[in-house]
Design a protein around this ligand. Sequence first.
Ligand code: IPE
Ligand code: IPE
Ligand code: MG
Length: 237
Amino acid sequence: MAAIPHHIAIVMDGNGRWATRRFLPRVAGHKKGLDALRVCVRHCGEVGVKVLTVFAFSSENWNRPPEEVSGLMELLAGALSREVPQLHGEGVRIHFIGDRSRLSDKVQAGLAQAEKATAGNTRLVFNICFNYGGRWDVAQAAACLAARGEPITEHSLDRAMALAHVSDPDLLIRTGGEQRISNFLLWQAAYSELYFSDKLWPDFDPAALDAAIADYGRRERRFGRTSEQTTPARQAA
Ligand code: IPE
Ligand code: IPE
Ligand code: MG
């Protein structure tokens, strides 16, 4: 059986285009995107992925039209009440990653509550990056160390990053056809396998995820070594 990535990270891109193609408002695409995410989380649990990290709202997404930003905030608030009990029932542990200070007090309380309620779950760790940027993460980690008077090393920075509770992503997927990182996991994606899908996020179904996982299974991860070092069988051949 091909290797299943322990940690999958996803840039869920293409909601707006999905809606625009149907002459719908962009927020309708984000709603469909939430449906796709629900299915994706469940499928990850079923196939044995242990950590799923998704990019839901970037530090730069505040620059979108105000009605889209408020639609996304409402979607988050609604998801907190509607989705969390279900995820809890499925053994999912939720973490919100990002700068919460700009979110409303009510949403901040909802995030903390969701994390607390699911803290004992072990089936799947689900990190939701919201108001997140890779540069923000590096800067906040460095600021944290500086405030504590600790030396800045690769190890100490890594420990102070927002995803210190999980290993780095093995597979990083971006849907929607663009091939860029858009300020997602700049630090943690150092050795992630990258997979780009032309499917728009609302169309990214379990079969598409299986295809990405199968593609990952065919990659050779070398981490700077040679192919011969990585695959002993080749050395013998
Ligand atoms: C990604 O979909 C979701 C968010 C950024 C919140 P987009 O809204 O970026 O969709 P496109 O790229 O415009 O199609
Ligand atoms: C990245 O998508 C952010 C999320 C998916 C939340 P964007 O649509 O914001 O990225 P760019 O603007 O195309 O780089
Ligand atoms: Mg986009």
